[in-house]
Design a protein around this ligand. Structure first.
Ligand code: SAH
Length: 232
């Protein structure tokens, strides 16, 4: 009679400990996965230290929220590795007054990180269920400066453009022209580019005097950028 109770109590204790442990794990992630690598920008580090990543991860993977890798979020999609989220954020060179477009809302985590830094974030998700879930979650966490649109991000979000910065978080084969058009002059875009299902290059685009300069940054793996016509 006593042993099952003991086991139950111990289990409860571990569960509570794990919950309380998230802020500690988050701090450790910032130190060991970000600062120890090449993430130095203050606003990015502060945002990564603040956003509760565990809230964006499905319950069954929650205990792995701060591990050094991507995690499944359902619908065959993933939440990116913390380092990649920070790296892409830092690369955009954001200022508080910036207006940012994200394509590929997924869990909403990257949008929350951006929303800690800039005034307004517009994010587009093609998978209906994910878009709805992220919209509700972001609202419940108080991210009122994020607008979530459900649709094909290829077309961008013209009514709210042009944007100071654009981040694409799905691996594309080519750069969507509407996104280039909706980028402000002097603005910057980051996008994983490369062949379908292969390793892609994270590419930075700078728009100056109407011209685009491209720079490859590193090899990455991302879930594919899909189009509305690819979907049943
Ligand atoms: N930024 C997300 C992770 C992105 S995973 C996060 O922080 O969790 C890539 C996401 O892009 C997936 O959710 C996928 O459904 C979405 N996606 C793929 N093609 C898209 C498109 N054309 N328009 C909008 N979203 C797209």
């Amino acid at each position: 009679m006593r042993l099952p109770w003991l086991i139950l109590l111990a289990g409860f204790g571990i569960a509570c400990f794990a919950q309380e442990d998230y802020p500690i794990q988050r701090k450790k992630m910032v130190e060991t996965q970000l600062k120890a690598r090449d993430i130095y920008e203050r606003a990015t580090l502060a945002a990564m230290a603040k956003v509760p990543r565990e809230q964006f991860v499905p319950e069954e993977y929650r205990m792995y929220s701060y591990t050094d890798g991507p995690l499944p979020i359902g619908e065959g999609q993933t939440i990116s590795q913390p380092y990649i989220v920070a790296y892409m954020t830092q690369t955009l060179g954001l200022k508080a007054h910036h207006k940012v477009l994200e394509v590929g809302t997924g869990s909403g985590y990257q949008a929350a990180v951006l929303a800690e830094i800039v005034d307004s974030v517009y994010t587009i998700e093609i998978v209906h269920a994910l878009g709805l879930r992220s919209r509700t979650l972001l609202k419940s966490l108080g991210y009122h400066n994020v607008q979530v649109k459900i649709g094909d991000g290829y077309h961008g979000w013209k009514e709210n453009g042009p944007f100071d910065a654009i981040m694409v978080t799905a691996g594309a084969e080519t750069i969507p022209q509407p996104l280039v058009d909706q980028l402000k002059d002097g603005g910057r875009m980051i996008i994983p580019l490369g062949p379908h299902k292969g390793v892609r290059q994270l590419v930075r685009l700078d728009k100056k005097n109407g011209k685009i300069r491209k720079k490859s940054l590193m090899a990455v793996r991302f879930v594919p950028f899909t189009r509305s016509d690819d979907r049943p």
